[in-house]
Design a protein around this ligand. Sequence first.
Ligand code: ACM
Length: 266
Amino acid sequence: MSNSIKAGFIQFQPILGEQETNINKLSILLEQANDADLIVIPELANSGYNFESKEQAFALSEKIDNSQFVDFLINEAAKHNLYIVSGINEREDDKLYNSSVLVGPEGLIGKYRKIHLFMNEFDFFEKGNLGLPVFDIGICKIGMLICFDWIFPEVWRILALKGTDIICHPSNLVLPYAQQAVPVHGLINRTFNITANRYGIERGFTFSGKSIISDPYGKTLVTASPDKDEVSFVNFKLDEARNKNITPRNHAFNDRFPSEYKELLR
Ligand code: ACM
């Protein structure tokens, strides 16, 4: 596998119920991503976040295989020759999922459905039912988490144990301290992490911006502003995520004792 990838985020403010506006804004911001390999876009970027009702959440959802938003992302991935991870309000039959998709120039590669729902999301979405998939895009392995998943160290660990180099984390973060956890998960699991957050106020929720990129040593490489559109990239040396040695005699994964962790399964 190649050692280097240019990866980053788009931070913006999706407008509730205005998919066309959101697509137009992303299309403008994606022009700044022309020489990147991978870009992460916030949670529920097609629809906005804090729906008035389940009816509104349904009206603003799309089936992944028949989605103007996913088609837009695939066209942009082909145009700019990059991979895109984006949050999407996904409908399947009579159920909604707070999902993210991974697309590339070749089309849809995979999706993840958010496991840990936050506040009003319980009124609209089902818990994710696809586990924690990891996708090999040739250059590297990509895993996805969504927003409130940030507070559960288990899911970051599992993605890392499955060989993920870069954890892409589309977000609509509300709690003001959430960003602090992202580099720590990276430090503990030796992964690159990209949180693409939104900003702005929507029906009583204030979103915190400050999208963040961190490296496998827990170093914050980029923090965005709290309240502006921003597109930012960093070159990752992927070997850094593949070396799990902590000292010559310690290894982040091999030194674990799962037999001592049985309480985690309760
Ligand atoms: C969140 O999970 N959107 C806070």
